[in-house]
Design a protein around this ligand. Structure first.
Ligand code: ATP
Ligand code: MG
Length: 548
């Protein structure tokens, strides 16, 4: 797969620069601070910041904080942290609320030009007269009121003299437009709520449509990139830019949203999972939020690789979850320290090992000597995973079986001698090690087909494993009537693993691979006595495929 496929927006910008129509792009990422960012936002972040980086332009972070009822400082802080963690730094930080006064003046300007009016109909009446896709709407009785009357009423709205719902400011465009967004859209509504930043200064707030394009224009944004559901809003976006004395003329371009199979990418639904207690918080490792993926052990580079691979188009489609996991795996392969852990242990007695445990110096990564090494031990008593022994091995099973031989990775080849049982259940496998077969110093000429992982029992330490499955039981949970009906009750299973000593220290930054098991990241719940590992993603176990 191409690492950096091009796309229509990138080509367009390159072209504009070549033609001398543009020196460098200015983009923005404009989240509404009403929740944590999710993987869908990562696509938009990578696109906006990525283009600015690539063409030596600028990218702004702008909080679209026009709806104070649902917004909070917690979300603002989390969004900033997530963008930084993904590896991007904004060239400027703005808030739509910084422009409230300018937007208000522009609203007054529209009224004065005869392009807006205060409508005192109820919200229900406005909705009922909007018309449908096939029928035109009906003009409001307030549509042709004198400019002076609208101005007076608008200033009373601002002064807080009217209750919520008593009046709205509407653009005067056309109630017969085939585009519903142009049927005298609402520009301002009354909300007697304080604002996280503006405090009590305002009790009327601009709508998204009235705030967005004008904010772009104020900031000198050249390319205003948004998802396809705003395509029908573009004529309105352009109408405002034409009518108002704005300092620049940005262009809106739409691309398709990221939809990810098996999960939801809507802040409203993610919020419901948190408030209804299906997950432990916005950063629960099962959540498709940036904070959840980070805690789970996804790297920023892995997420960026995923965003590059999926590309940018105008075609709506749903991406398979495996594409995300594949990108993360590809990134972690070179990043993670590799150690040995046994999750379902079975005891192995090496009957011809009489000495104390042997210290082995093993590099953390075969291709990255700079990651250093650790000490693991080989000795008389070991644990291997129960699934690596078969009493009655099927054809092509190359791990341990009665009378068979297997290589213990970084250790020796061992030959099975006996199987001891307690109450009929396998308790111990008795083996003999071959002293001539020590890894790296093997001069025996012996070849065995299987290599398995193991830990030495005396030096092994227990750690807690949080083993995650999908949060939902269906591939399209967004369509479910109630999320409760599609929640997977087994999405988190607590397990214990026996790990080599090098894996039992707290190291919250490092990425880990448990050989032949999967990638893991330590959870912040870890303590010095009880290290907790989150399963990031399992391995594509080529070994199992080939050898089973
Ligand atoms: P949500 O429904 O989750 O609240 P939103 O689009 O309302 O999503 P915003 O905070 O308004 O969320 O979005 C900020 C930016 O991120 C917007 O430009 C939006 O188009 C983009 N974005 C949001 N969701 C996705 C997605 N799934 N794929 C790509 N871009 C997205
Ligand atoms: Mg939104």
């Amino acid at each position: 797969m191409l690492e950096k496929p091009t796309h229509f927006i990138r080509s367009k910008i390159a072209d504009q620069i070549k033609q001398g129509q543009l020196s460098a792009p200015v983009t923005r990422f404009p989240p509404e601070p009403n929740g944590y960012l999710h993987i869908g936002h990562a696509k938009s972040i990578c696109l906006n910041f990525g283009l600015a980086e690539e063409f030596s332009g600028r990218c702004h972070l702008r909080f679209d904080d026009t709806n104070p009822a649902k917004e909070s400082q917690e979300y603002i802080d989390a969004i900033e942290a997530d963008v930084r963690w993904l590896g991007f730094q904004w060239d400027a930080l703005h808030h739509a609320s910084d422009y409230f006064e300018t937007l208000y003046q522009w609203a007054v300007y529209l009224i004065e030009q005869g392009d807006a009016y205060v409508d005192e109909q109820s919200a229900d009446a406005i909705r009922a007269t909007r018309g449908t896709l096939t029928e035109p709407g009906v003009d409001s009785p307030y549509r042709d009121r004198p400019v002076a009357e609208s101005l007076a009423c608008f200033s009373r709205m601002r002064a807080g003299e009217l209750p919520e719902g008593a009046a709205v400011l509407r653009a005067k465009i056309s109630m017969a437009s085939p585009n519903l967004n142009l049927r005298d859209p609402v520009l301002y509504r009354i909300k007697h709520v304080s604002h996280p930043r503006a405090g009590e200064a305002w009790c009327i707030y601009p709508t998204y449509d009235f705030a967005h394009g004008q904010s772009d224009a104020i900031e000198g944004i050249t390319h205003s990139l948004c998802t396809l559901e705003f395509e029908d809003h573009r004529p309105l976006y352009e109408w405002f830019l034409k009518k108002l004395p704005v300092p620049s003329k940005p262009k809106q371009t739409e691309f398709s949203r990221l939809e990810l199979e098996g999960t939801v990418t809507s802040k409203r639904k993610l919020n419901a999972l948190v408030t209804e207690g299906y997950v432990r918080g916005w950063d629960d490792p099962r959540m498709p939020t940036i904070a959840g993926l980070r805690r789970r052990g996804y790297s920023p580079e892995g997420i960026r690789l995923f965003c590059e691979r999926i590309g940018v188009t105008r075609k709506p489609n749903t991406i398979e979850y495996q594409i995300l996991e594949g990108a993360v795996r590809d990134d972690l392969e070179g990043r993670a320290r590799k150690g040995m852990a046994v999750l379902d242990p079975i005891r192995v007695l090496v009957e011809n090992w009489q000495e104390a445990p042997l210290a082995l110096d093993i590099p953390w990564h075969p291709k990255h000597p700079e990651y250093g090494s650790r000490t693991a031990y080989f000795g008389r008593e070991l644990w291997i995973d129960r699934s690596d022994f078969e009493e009655d091995p099927p054809e092509g099973f190359f791990r341990l079986s009665p009378g068979g031989s297997v290589r213990l990775k970084y250790g020796f080849i061992v030959d099975h001698v006996d199987t001891l049982r307690v109450d009929g259940k396998i308790d111990t496998l008795v083996v003999r090690y071959d002293p001539d077969t020590r890894s790296g110093q093997d001069h025996s000429g012996r070849k065995v087909k299987g290599t398995i992982h193991w830990v030495e029992a005396e030096t092994a330490k227990p750690v807690d494993i949080r083993w995650y499955g999908p949060l939902f039981t269906v591939p399209d949970p967004a369509r479910a009537e109630a999320l409760a009906t599609v929640i997977n009750p087994d999405s988190l299973v607590m397990r214990t693993a026996w790990v080599e000593p090098g894996l039992a220290h707290i190291d919250p930054e490092a990425y880990w691979q448990f050989e032949r098991v999967g990638f893991f990241k330590q959870d912040p719940d870890s303590t010095a006595d009880a290290v907790v590992y989150n399963l990031t993603v399992g391995l594509k176990d080529q070994w199992a495929k080939k050898q089973n």
